[in-house]
Design a binder for this molecule. Structure first.
Ligand code: COA
Length: 345
């Protein structure tokens, strides 16, 4: 039986920091309100020369270096994003233009649930024997679509990218179970209206060039609290494990209260939940792989640890899975190197 071990990881965030104090000067809000309702203290936002592509490429380079591979070793690039730099072509091809190589390249669109969904897709290409090495990236630059006069949304989002390299092994490593779900009927609770092919009234509705992200925070909160815990628990059961077997929860970083609810559901204490939303806010598809890369770089993940990855977001979509950490059984041609993750771009 083939599995898809995670052998490399990386992350990139823009250098520009947007603090709660900065937002206090932009909208009617306060650091106290933002921290108590969300847990977020600052986020990174792209500057004029940063892009979903530049962040993705930086994270991918780290992940490949960590795995001891270069781009010509990669068979497939899958990018999860809802903010590609262009509609035509795929973000994965833009990333490939930066990195080189001739791997297959395509995108996955599942908003904040995108990376865990893409991890499932990439893993399956390895499990079926179709490919041996897959690069999976989660990247978003939602700050380009956030309305910085809307205090209910502009406090939440940041930009970034995270990446992993998957490689074939016969040992049970990588994704052991997957839970994917969506409730398309609820799409208007979190969306960017008017950014697509079908926009009959664009000019009238959106006189400015860019449409903005719109969100019904309370509905999304209610949905998230239920679906994070339920899908995480389902992923654990599907992997044939119990909550006691879980070493670390790597949740989508949207709101501390939502993360706490998911952790309670799995019976996990805070020290076994990776949280970085205080520094990055909600980076959409990048949030889970950034958290994963940070946890790995901090030495918090050991061979054979069982991790729960769980995310929710626009769609409304959700995705969860159990990952067994480690590289046992991976045929290495080049020794892996220690790579410092987290450099800004
Ligand atoms: N600063 C100060 N006050 C704010 C504010 C801000 N940034 N944003 C909203 N408020 C106000 C509201 O206007 C409201 O005032 P009112 O009672 O006078 O109408 C009050 O705070 C409470 O608003 P409410 O929306 O009920 O707050 P909340 O406790 O639900 O928190 C969110 C709002 C957005 C933080 C919360 O709903 C949330 O995190 N939802 C999920 C969003 C999410 O994760 N989206 C991404 C998914 S991938």
């Amino acid at each position: 039986m083939r599995y898809a071990a995670i052998t490399g990881w990386g992350m990139a965030v823009p250098e520009r920091v947007l603090t709660n104090a900065d937002l206090e000067r932009m909208v009617d809000t306060s650091d106290e309100w933002i921290v108590s309702r969300t847990g977020i203290r600052e986020r990174r936002v792209v500057g004029p020369n940063d892009s979903t592509t530049s962040l993705s490429a930086a994270a991918a380079r780290q992940a490949m270096a960590q795995a001891g591979l270069d781009i010509d070793d990669i068979d497939l690039i899958v990018v999860a994003t809802c903010t590609p730099d262009q509609f035509l072509v795929s973000e994965a091809c833009l990333v490939q233009a930066e990195l080189g190589g001739r791997a297959g390249a395509f995108d996955i669109g599942a908003a904040c649930a995108g990376f865990v969904s893409a991890l499932a897709v990439g893993s399956q290409f390895i499990q079926t024997g179709a490919h041996d090495r897959v690069l999976v990236i989660g990247a978003d630059t939602l700050s380009r679509f956030v309305d910085y006069t809307d205090r209910s949304t502009c406090i939440l989002f940041g930009d970034g990218a995270g990446a992993v390299v998957l490689e074939a092994t016969e040992q049970p490593r990588g994704l052991l179970s997957t839970v994917l779900g969506a409730d398309g009927a609820g799409y208007k609770h979190l969306y960017i209206p008017g950014w697509g092919a079908f926009v009959p009234e664009t000019a009238e509705l959106f006189p400015e060039y860019r449409p903005h992200l719109q969100m019904n925070g309370r509905e999304v909160f209610r949905f998230a609290v239920n679906v994070m815990g339920d899908s995480a628990a389902e992923a654990v059961a599907k992997a044939g494990l119990s909550f006691a077997d879980i070493d670390m929860l790597i949740p989508h970083q949207a709101n501390q209260r939502i993360i706490d609810a998911a952790a309670r559901r799995l019976g996990l204490p805070r020290e076994r939940v990776w949280v970085n939303l205080d520094r990055y806010g909600n980076t959409s598809a990048a949030s889970v792989p950034i958290a994963l890369a940070e946890a790995a770089a901090a030495g918090a993940l050991q061979e054979e640890d069982n991790l729960v990855l769980v995310a929710f977001g626009g769609g409304l979509a959700w995705a969860a899975g159990v990952v067994r950490w480690g590289v046992a059984g991976v045929a290495r041609r080049v020794p892996a190197v220690e790579v410092a993750v987290g450099a800004g771009v």
